[in-house]
Design a binder for this molecule. Structure first.
Ligand SMILES: C[S@@+](CC[C@H](N)C(=O)[O-])C[C@H]1O[C@@H](n2cnc3c(N)ncnc32)[C@H](O)[C@@H]1O
Length: 316
């Protein structure tokens, strides 16, 4: 993690009106642990639904890659996390006797170390090359190897981007792919508030702790004095818009000092910091995000309840 970048992003985000903080900073050691707990919560249908897709349809997903006999491929995973769904795909590639290298990219070195350890335990002969960093900045490296690429971008990771960010990310990703490369894009599908909102506001308070952990991280790493007793987790979801948003709301007027950037910030009573968006998708929204990029949707695999979708996208 680049501390100077963290300082700059916190300064920029808290100087804006309304205030905001980038969600990628959720994932320190504690954030990684909390996210694993989130994935196991009864309310967090996303992981279970996508897991069902990978457990039951990995054969069909791999068939859609159109892998030729003797071809060597690279499976590049952006924001790999703990890789619990990916492993089903890797097992299936092995069953297909495909020669491949697995390249997980994650901003969290903690997540990558755990992932590498677990993957090597489960698949001792796996050819794995972990890359730590921000995937926004690592797309250029993709073109370096001549082998065909399967890019995995799972877990509704793209949902954490605004539509503008997602468009430019997809455009830049497509520029760094070669014709025939594939993108597996896991997205949460638009559905009613009664199902979506509890996933971001669970009864046990894990999503609350995950959100507040961002302030604890700033306190610890940037020497700040956020008083966690006076900020509350405040999520919302509008079905017509299809975007869940998480905020941290100040319960009183207060001043917070961040020593390492020599700045103080005033928070009014009920003022919110926007910390995360979780965009939900359908075919039209995806078509808009792809825009004029040289990509075409080839297929979409969903779970039985159609809660989640893994789109197979072809670089034309
Ligand atoms: C929501 S988790 C999803 C993990 C996994 N893809 C899954 O489906 O279970 C997001 C992961 O992406 C990583 N991440 C978030 N923003 C990132 C960025 N800008 N660059 C690289 N990794 C990032 C986090 O560290 C975390 O491991």
């Amino acid at each position: 993690m680049n501390l100077e970048q963290f300082k700059q992003d916190v300064l920029t985000g808290l100087s804006q009106n309304p205030k905001q903080l980038p969600s990628k900073y959720f994932y320190d050691k504690r954030g990684d642990e909390l996210f694993v707990q989130i994935m196991n919560m009864p309310e967090y249908y996303l992981t279970r639904a996508e897991m069902e897709i990978f457990q039951q349809q990995s054969y069909e997903i791999i068939s859609s890659f159109n892998i030729q006999k003797g071809e060597e491929i690279e499976v590049v995973e952006l924001g790999a996390g703990d890789g619990t769904k990916t492993i089903h795909l890797l097992f299936e590639l092995i069953r297909f006797r495909v020669t491949f290298k697995y390249i997980p990219i994650d901003i969290s070195s903690n997540a990558l170390n755990g992932l590498e350890h677990r993957m090597k335990e489960e698949i001792p002969n796996l050819s794995i090359n972990t890359l730590q960093g921000d995937y926004f900045q690592m797309l250029n490296d993709l073109k370096k190897s001549p082998n065909r690429k399967i890019i995995l971008f799972l877990g509704s990771n793209i949902g954490n981007m605004s539509d503008e960010q997602a468009k430019s990310f997809i455009a830049s990703l497509s520029q760094n792919l070669n014709p025939g490369d594939k993108l597996v894009l896991g997205v949460d599908l638009i559905k009613e508030k009664e199902i979506v909102l509890p996933a971001y506001n669970d009864a046990a308070g894990i999503t609350r702790d995950f959100n507040l952990n961002l302030l604890e991280r700033i306190n610890r790493e940037l020497k700040a004095n956020f008083d966690l007793a006076h900020f509350v987790h405040d999520p919302e979801y509008t079905e017509s818009e299809g975007i869940a948003k998480s905020f941290l709301k100040s319960t009183k007027r207060q001043v917070v000092k961040i020593e390492s950037i020599e700045k103080s910030f005033v928070f009014e009573e009920n003022e919110r910091i926007h910390t995360e968006i979780s965009r939900k998708y359908n075919d039209q929204i995806l078509a808009n995000i792809i825009g004029k990029s040289p990509l075409e949707v080839q297929d979409c695999f969903t779970d039985q309840k159609s809660l989640f979708g893994d789109y197979i996208i072809n670089r034309v």
